[in-house]
Design a protein around this ligand. Sequence first.
Ligand code: B16
Ligand code: MG
Length: 220
Amino acid sequence: MKPQAIVFDLDGVITDTAHLHFLAWRQVAAGLGIAIDEEFNDSLKGISRGESLLRILQHGGKENVFTLTEREQIAARKNALYIESLQSLTPEAVLPGIQELLVTLRTERIKTGLASVSLNAPAILQALKMTSLFDFCANAARIRRSKPDPEIFLAACNGLNVHPQACIGIEDAQAGIDAINACGMRSVGIGSSLTGADLLLPTTEFLTWPCLSAFWQLDK
Ligand code: B16
Ligand code: MG
């Protein structure tokens, strides 16, 4: 038996844009008098733009200082900086093993999906020249609740026309692992500090079809 589909997170699984998000947020936060470091940035992985800003404002004790319109303007400033930094993104930025895995999934006739809450996901896939390797990309603009809510993974399964229980989800963020588990998919975590993943791999280099196939054969 094979899984019907494999659904990927983008940031931290397909490519590492977390550092670019961090640089943009750090600059915007500094302008508001708030300092953030890489460790704090880890807590923003898989969290939407608007909610990330709320967490940064809370971190700096300024959660009640700005109106909604002002917060939208701040988030737009961050996004402009982030989009500027994406201009340097090329296919070389695809994480090790990912391209090979996606090509193999095509030959194995396993559907592929993307579950990223980034509104920039389509542009990032295009810059990486990976758009054609995905059968369906969930539309982050239609998602009302960020990870750890399962909404984006359920939308990906829906678009692929598969049952979550017949799929594997791959994530590098705790919020993402929690989202995958909440919708009944089997979860694969990338990294060392995640809890609750059904399978935990140190880096994407270990993410191969033989590894995922062997994992799928195990009883849940
Ligand atoms: P944008 P993922 C997430 O992507 C990032 O991990 C998170 O840091 C970011 O705030 C979020 O996308 C929204 O991104 O500002 O580009 O819409 O991990 O779900 O692929
Ligand atoms: Mg991620």
